[in-house]
Design a protein around this ligand. Structure first.
Ligand SMILES: C[S@@+](CC[C@H](N)C(=O)[O-])C[C@H]1O[C@@H](n2cnc3c(N)ncnc32)[C@H](O)[C@@H]1O
Length: 282
């Protein structure tokens, strides 16, 4: 039984990094006329209220999107991400936070396709209502890891897969690596983005080691931390591991990450990492 609900965490510092990277990759895909395919293996509900009990329980969004909401001096990549969040809040007040399907739908053109996988019954209902009658988007009630293998390669031969597990089941770490390895073999030119939380640093060291030795070429890692690893319990940092990143992403993140570390770090404890996990030849 799944108990994780993203509504408790929507808009926190981890969502900011994840959705910034997602937004930049999609912007790059939408630059070319050719259609693209996007798969979101763990889609969530599509959007979240920030005024309800779930978001208010720990008010995680206040130390994430809340710290950026009124800024008008952000670097271009972050300003575009913030524009998307503002689109989701037409009242002009920060009352809701968009999920990954919103960022994905925002870049879809007439010929592009989006597949969203979600297993939680309540989030699935919300997700279907979010998608409504949009014929470019398909919602699948199935295991996202399984779909990630089954749908590769997409007929468009260009696109993005976002893998954003909750890691409430510890086997998610192993499955993420197995899925990436299998899916990359089937869709060598595809862009894959895996989100990870830093709760126990040694788990992420193992994840990096496994992917570094996987034979998959062109992997970059982008991580944002808000406190030193050892100081606190819970998530102190999170990252995105991107396979076949657009050539523009590194430059955008070189400007955005220091700015985020400064804005979202707690008591000056913000930090970031950005490096190539594997190069051109794996
Ligand atoms: C971290 S949340 C997703 C957040 C969303 N991607 C976003 O950025 O707005 C993870 C979601 O995956 C769902 N889930 C968990 N295991 C899954 C699986 N094996 N396949 C598909 N969805 C799953 C959970 O119910 C939860 O809604």
């Amino acid at each position: 039984m799944l108990s994780y609900r993203h509504a408790f965490h929507a808009g926190n510092f981890a969502d900011v990094l994840k959705h910034l990277v997602l937004d930049r990759i999609l912007a790059h895909l939408a630059k070319k006329d050719k259609p693209f395919f996007c798969l979101d293996t763990h889609a969530g509900a599509g959007g979240y209220s920030l005024t309800g009990d779930h978001a208010r329980k720990n008010s995680e969004f206040e130390d994430g999107i809340g710290r950026l909401w009124t800024r008008d001096d952000l670097p271009a990549a972050l300003a575009d991400y913030l524009a998307a969040v503002r689109e989701f809040n037409p009242s002009g007040r920060l009352q809701a936070y968009p999920g990954s399907p919103f960022f994905e739908r925002r870049w879809l053109r007439a010929g592009d396709r989006l597949v969203l996988c979600e297993l939680h019954p309540a989030d699935l209902v919300r997700l279907k209502s979010f998608v409504d009658q949009d014929r470019r988007i398909k919602v699948v009630r199935n295991d996202g890891f399984h779909e990630c293998i089954a749908l590769m390669p997409p007929r468009e031969r260009r696109g993005l897969v976002l893998i954003d597990p909750s890691y409430e089941i510890k086997t998610d770490y192993r499955r993420a690596i197995e899925t990436l390895t299998g899916a990359c073999r089937r869709f060598e030119t595809g862009i894959f983005a895996l989100w990870y939380p830093v709760i126990e640093r040694r788990r992420i060291d193992s994840l990096e080691q496994a992917l570094g030795q996987s034979g998959i070429p062109r992997i970059q890692l982008f991580e944002l931390g808000v406190e030193p690893d050892a100081r606190a319990r819970g998530m102190t940092a999170s990252g995105m591991i991107v396979i076949n990143p657009p050539w523009t992403l590194r430059g955008e993140m070189e400007t955005a990450l220091p700015c985020l570390a400064d804005a979202l770090g707690r008591d000056g404890g913000g930090h970031y990492r950005m490096f190539e996990l594997t190069g051109e030849h794996g």
